[in-house]
Every structure is written in C-alpha cells, then in structure tokens.
Design a protein around this ligand. Sequence first.
Ligand SMILES: CC(C)(COP(=O)(O)OP(=O)(O)OC[C@H]1O[C@@H](n2cnc3c(N)ncnc32)[C@H](O)[C@@H]1OP(=O)(O)O)[C@@H](O)C(=O)NCCC(=O)NCCS
Length: 161
Amino acid sequence: MTVTRLARPADASAIVELLRASILVLCGPAYRNDAEIMNAWLENKTEENMVRWMSDPSNRMIISIEEDSGAVAGVGLSRSPFKSDPAKILLCYVHPKNVRKGYGSSLIANLEEDLKYQGAVDIVTNATLNSANFYLRRGYVAKAVDLNNPISIHMTKSLVN
Ligand SMILES: CC(C)(COP(=O)(O)OP(=O)(O)OC[C@H]1O[C@@H](n2cnc3c(N)ncnc32)[C@H](O)[C@@H]1OP(=O)(O)O)[C@@H](O)C(=O)NCCC(=O)NCCS
C-alpha cells in the first residue's frame, strides 16, 4: 500500500536528496547529461526552497513514503487554479530506486483528485522529455515544446468528462 501525506519542513532535506537523484539518474540521459542543463535544473532544489514551496498556501506538496523503510519515495507539487491561471502540476519525482512501483501514478492521481475537488477543469504541466510518455498514458495531451532550461513539453489534461 502506498502511503501519501503532506510534506513538512522536516522532510525538506530528504526531498532535496530525492529530487537530485531523480534529476541526475532518471532525467539526465534524455538531456545528454549536459552539465549546463543539469546544474541549472538542480540550482533551485534547496531545502530553503522546499520549505518555501510547501508553505505557499496556493501550493500543495505531498510525499510518498516507502512502506518498509519509512524513506521518502516520491514527491509531488501542485498549484491551485486562480482566476485565469489553470491548475498546475509543478513536480512529480520518484527516487530512482523506487521507479515502476506505482508511486508516480499514485502521486499524480492524488494531486489531480485534490485539484478537481478545488474546482479545476484542466491541469497544465511541463513534462520532462523522459516523462512525456508517462503523462500521455495518463490522459495528458502535448501542446508545445518549451525551450527553457530544461527543455520540456507543455501538456494539459481536461478533468471534465
Ligand atoms: C516519471 C516518473 C515520475 C514515473 O514514476 P514511477 O513511480 O516510475 O511511475 P509508476 O510506477 O506509477 O508508473 C510507471 C510505469 O511502471 C508501471 N508499474 C507500476 N507498478 C509496477 C509494478 N509493480 N511492476 C511493474 N511495473 C509497474 C506502470 O504501469 C507504469 O507504466 P505505464 O506508464 O506504461 O502505465 C519517474 O520515472 C520519475 O521520477 N522520473 C524523473 C522525474 C521526472 O521526469 N518527472 C516528471 C516531470 S515533473
């Protein structure tokens, strides 16, 4: 069973470690492990920023807990819809040792469910090149390529059936 809960400031260090490992190991190859891209990507993954992001009332940061060890297996971050700004999934990262165990799907489902409850009609996300298929299989549609660092694919999903 996957245990998911809201992130707390005490989780910040474990979340940073997870994000760094996930970016370097899982995303790196799709970006040719380009040092400039990887460094820019890692730059804002600090404990201070994690606490800031999880404390922002417009955000919701959740973590998956590995059942046996209690370690942080995955992290997700969403942003609530506001006026003309659509709901966003800002982060969905799983530790490399925990991929293909259902954590990513569970994080996305949890974030989507909450955003739907908040009244969101659609969700946007910037998918990494390596995760585009993961999102496509979960109902997201590719809209455009975002050339910012790192290059990502702008995707949307309608929550209205
Ligand atoms: C993309 C990412 C979040 C997916 O996380 P994940 O935990 O591996 O996702 P899941 O395990 O839920 O699903 C991945 C696949 O494993 C399969 N799977 C799930 N549980 C499984 C199991 N017990 N045995 C075998 N396969 C399994 C799923 O069916 C899924 O396949 P599908 O996409 O064809 O449906 C993860 O690879 C990652 O962190 N990547 C790097 C960060 C990134 O790029 N994030 C996205 C941008 S924000």
